[in-house]
Design a protein around this ligand. Structure first.
Ligand code: ZN
Length: 455
């Protein structure tokens, strides 16, 4: 048994059901579990490891509900900078066709490292393209090495261009092989238990890149094994037009027909929902991964987050893939979520605390977890601390929680995941960051060069 005490924090923000904020607070941890949260004076005076968090704000770690970690290799690609989703995808698919297992691993270290430094402690990733020797195991290895709580989605694409889909035939997989690999990955990596560090998600990519048969088979596969389901839905008007043309119905109706709604399902984006569809999300318990930066970057539109929350839908935040953001900053994403709803509904649309609630409790709920997202006894020991004595917060002492989003969103000074320190003094532990960046950039340039050779 090991114990850990964080004490003297200027403010502990619990995100518990009472929305408690504790001045001069702390957290007491035994192994990977929070045992006590309260004022410093109310906690045990010592522990195996003690961190003095004077001048800091402490929050539960943020939960990222949608990502494509490998896309950090294709950030800001010139031909894809000013494109909407379908053109952006058509530009990038041929480049991603050169992806290797090594590239998946190194890009996962980079994108996960970036997320952790920005306050994220749990990450859901959606890996749906498996060219060459790429495997989902490559990114699971990276998450394990960094100590990140991980929900890797075994994604898939099976509908190539020759069959009416969007991706080129060269990057889609055979459906029987996809399901067989899902089986293998679940057997090797899935941990359904409390405080799990790795839960596999089943995730065909989108209505325009897989067949309805694979959607149905994936849902059945997941439900037989108690796994969650994830995909992209209602991201753009092009997708809506595709579904109306190919299936004679809107994306949400298609998902309902395919049995892809429910408390075990969450969808990325949900930009083009109408009133009835917002109600369906709430009534069925289907979750939403809101990706404001990506939606703005691709010109997709504004997801009706205020209305979804009002309707009682489960909503979390997500940075989306690194090629459509192209920064993976979790606090930055919460800031954009707060601001983007205000563009549509005015300045009272979403408060800083609500945006952070979506980023913590909302995300935990979307991933189907009751052991992360708030600071309370019995929860997993996942929390972050940020020094308030920084330039960006000068003058914002009246509300340090709001300062996190109203001012320039900072990187964290401390991050603890599953009771283990992963960021100390603002530095990611256990990773030679400069060497990894250099290797990542070499692989990124190689990927672009090999695409030019193949073209
Ligand atoms: Zn996505």
């Amino acid at each position: 048994m090991s114990t850990f005490l964080l004490k003297n924090a200027q403010l502990v923000v619990t995100m518990d059901d009472e929305h408690r904020r504790i001045p001069d607070g702390g957290v007491y941890v035994v192994d990977n579990q929070i045992r006590q949260v309260g004022t410093t004076a109310s906690l045990p005076p010592t522990a195996d490891e003690v961190i003095d968090a004077q001048g800091m704000i402490v929050l539960p770690g943020l939960v990222n509900t949608h990502h494509h970690l490998y896309q950090s290799l294709t950030r800001a690609v010139p031909a894809a900078q000013d494109a909407e989703l379908f053109e952006w995808l058509r530009t990038l698919y041929p480049i991603w066709a050169g992806l290797t297992g090594e590239a998946v691993y190194i890009s996962a270290l980079i994108a996960l490292g970036e997320l952790v430094l920005s306050g994220c402690t749990t990450v859901a990733d959606h890996l749906y393209i498996y060219p060459n020797d790429s495997k989902i195991d490559d990114e699971i290895r990276a998450a394990h090495e960094l100590g990140v709580r991980f929900h890797p989605s075994r994604g898939s694409m099976s509908l190539g261009k020759s069959k009416g889909g969007l991706p080129p035939d060269s990057v889609v997989e055979d459906e029987a092989a996809i399901l067989a690999d899902c089986e293998r990955v679940v057997e090797q990596h899935h941990d359904p238990g409390q405080y799990s560090m790795c839960r596999i998600v089943i995730a065909p990519c989108s209505p325009f890149s897989v067949t309805p048969e694979l959607m149905r088979a994936s849902a059945a596969f997941a439900r037989e094994r108690g796994l969650t389901l994830h995909t992209h839905v209602a991201e753009t008007h092009d997708e809506e037009a595709y579904c109306l043309r190919a299936f004679g119905m809107r994306p949400v109706d298609l998902m309902r027909q395919l049995d892809w709604v429910g408390p075990d399902v969450w969808w990325a984006h949900c930009v083009t929902l109408n009133r009835d569809e917002i109600s369906i999300m709430a009534q069925t318990g289907t979750g939403v991964a809101h990706c404001p930066n990506s939606n703005m970057r691709l010109g997709s539109g504004i997801a009706p987050i205020r209305d979804l929350v009002n309707a009682g839908a489960r909503v979390g935040l997500a940075v989306d893939g690194s090629a459509s953001n192209d920064c993976g900053h979790m606090l930055g994403e919460a800031r954009q979520a707060m601001l983007l709803q205000r563009v549509q509904h005015g300045a009272t649309a979403l408060s800083a605390e609500e945006a952070l609630w979506l980023g913590t409790r909302g995300g935990a709920s979307v991933l189907g977890r009751d052991d992360i997202g708030c600071l309370a006894p019995g929860m997993a020991a996942d929390f972050i601390a940020i020094d308030l004595e920084r330039l960006a917060f000068a003058g914002a002492q009246a509300d340090p929680l709001a300062a996190l989003l109203f001012c320039t969103p900072p990187n964290v000074d401390l991050s603890v995941i599953n009771g283990r320190v992963v960021v100390r003094d603002g530095k990611l532990l256990g990773l030679d960051l400069l060497a990894t960046i250099a290797e990542h950039n070499r692989l990124a340039l190689e990927l672009l060069a090999s695409a030019r050779t193949r073209a």
